[in-house]
Design a protein around this ligand. Structure first.
Ligand code: GDP
Length: 205
């Protein structure tokens, strides 16, 4: 699937202010500074559309981008960054939680993990929570260019093994580098296939 058009539609401070629409949504979430804005810009090919800044924790709203007039790419607030006050952190997480649990349009969530980092308890807990709530998600390991091949393979293996301590199988995962332009095709294909499957199911019912 080519991305022919991407239009910023809306920033919502509250989950129930999201667009009143029934188009499928694919949401991106991760710790602040994980490279989420860069990845979104790389995926939809628009520099600066999702703002990359030097101030981690800046995305405080739920941002909807309409892609090919068919589906929404949703940029969720970055979580868990110390620079944001506890109060604000709690506010974000309430909105994120509500969006994830209540938003009927949400088809799949991409959880971004910095490929350089060891598995963090908070991220693992978040995945368990997603699983317990039957939320379909996949992992995207970001900033792959920051590691040499051996280290990236080793880190991803470590991550998978950590997950397998408690999970029967690991979630689907992708690798990416916005700087070196790695990963776009597989991520967009996954969205496309999921989208096609949805249309198929929709037509059958
Ligand atoms: P966000 O807070 O998750 O939205 O992260 P940003 O996209 O704003 O990126 C945070 C920092 O990481 C910025 O300095 C980016 O230039 C840098 N960055 C993001 N993605 C990559 C990547 O794939 N490779 C490298 N080397 N740096 C990246």
């Amino acid at each position: 699937m080519n991305i022919q058009s991407s239009i910023f539609i809306k920033s919502s401070a509250h989950w129930n202010e999201c667009p009143d629409d029934n188009k499928p949504e694919f949401a991106f979430i991760g710790r602040s500074n994980v490279g989420k804005s860069s990845l979104i810009n790389y995926l939809i090919d628009k520099k600066g559309l999702s703002k990359i800044s030097n101030t981690p924790g800046k995305t405080k709203t739920i941002n909807h981008f309409l892609i090919n007039e068919q589906w929404y790419l949703v940029d969720l607030p970055g979580y868990g960054y110390a620079k944001v006050s506890k109060d604000l952190r709690e506010k974000f997480s309430i909105q994120i939680t509500n969006y994830i649990i209540n938003r009927k349009n949400l088809i799949s969530l991409f959880l971004l993990i910095d490929s350089r980092h060891e598995p963090l308890v908070k991220d693992l807990e978040f995945m368990t929570w997603l699983n317990e709530n039957n939320i379909c998600f996949t992992i995207i390991f970001t900033k792959l260019d920051k590691l040499n091949k051996g280290d990236s393979v080793k880190n991803i293996e470590t991550y998978k093994n950590k997950l397998l301590e408690t999970w029967e199988e690991t979630p689907l995962f992708f690798i990416s580098s916005s700087t070196k332009k790695i990963g776009k095709e597989l991520i967009i294909n996954y969205i496309n296939n999921t989208f096609k499957e949805l249309n198929f199911k929709f037509k059958k019912t």
